[in-house]
Write a protein that binds this ligand. Structure first.
Ligand code: 13P
Length: 259
């Protein structure tokens, strides 16, 4: 059993996933509003924006405590992959993070555990940090196979990732049934799966590595429920969709994570 009572060892990280929202002007306005509101945050703050907003975000967030992330990258370095963006291209711009394996990519764009693993490898090789998403569907939860599904997703995604590289990975547990539905996992449900992910990491690496791993929860996290979720021992932050599109809501979650 991994001793998760080392929450204070881990830095809480709140990441916004804007998904396919905000043109450049809207992105600039939102970031200009957000920066002064979160400047004293005592946790990591990241915004993962559409590719077309990366340049704007890098410019607006230069010298601030808010890091910039993308929402996907391809596994090859370059070549005939029309419409794709490589990890190296992101790193060269100054992007620090990339979300990989989001359930919307698994659901709508044919992402598999294997392609997630290839993208994770490519991102690490390019020097990026990864927010790796895992999570079960409602049918899987109702079948009682949440642990198996999330365990397998985690193991396959981390194939070939060294203990040193694990330090550049954040795992986000996002139950598919809680994303954009307004239906949040209870804090106990979320903590249970986060703990299980930590145990998988302990098995793959070591108790120390697992105890240091930041594991977020995502899925309808908002200004109202954030505090309760973030108080759980194994929930080290959040990956925020809808609520990251409004500066006051996102700030409230950042404040709840600042301790
Ligand atoms: P919502 O916060 O809108 O449910 O989205 C969660 C999510 O998918 C973040 O990646």
């Amino acid at each position: 059993m991994v001793n998760s009572m080392k929450k204070e060892l881990r830095r809480a990280v709140i990441a916004g996933n804007w998904k396919m929202n905000k043109n450049r002007a809207e992105a600039r306005a939102l970031l200009e509003e957000l920066v002064p509101m979160v400047k004293d945050a005592d946790c990591g703050v990241i915004v993962c924006v559409p590719f077309t907003d990366l340049e704007t975000a890098l410019e607006a967030l230069k010298g601030t405590n808010v890091a910039v992330g993308a929402q996907n990258c391809h596994w090859e370095a370059s070549g005939a992959f029309t419409g794709e963006i490589s990890a190296g291209m992101l790193a060269e711009m100054g992007v620090e993070y990339v979300i990989i394996g989001h359930s919307e990519r698994r659901q709508y764009f044919g992402e598999t555990d294997e392609t997630v693993n290839r993208r994770v490898r490519a991102a690490l090789d390019a020097g990026l940090k990864v927010i790796l998403c895992v999570g079960e569907t409602l049918a899987q939860r109702e079948q009682g196979i949440t642990g198996e599904v999330v365990g397998l997703q985690t193991k396959v995604a981390l194939q070939g990732v060294s203990a040193g590289e694990l330090k550049r990975i954040i795992i986000a547990y996002e139950p598919v049934w809680a994303i954009g539905t307004g239906r949040t996992a209870t804090s106990a449900q979320a903590c249970e799966v986060n703990h299980l992910i930590r145990e998988v990491a302990a098995g793959l690496y070591s108790e120390e590595a697992a105890a240091a791993l930041t594991i977020q929860y995502g899925g309808s996290m908002n200004a109202k429920n954030a505090e309760e979720l973030l108080n759980e021992e194994d929930i080290d932050g959040g990956l925020i969709g809808g609520a990251s599109l409004k500066a006051p809501d996102f700030t409230a979650i950042v404040k709840a994570a600042s301790r």
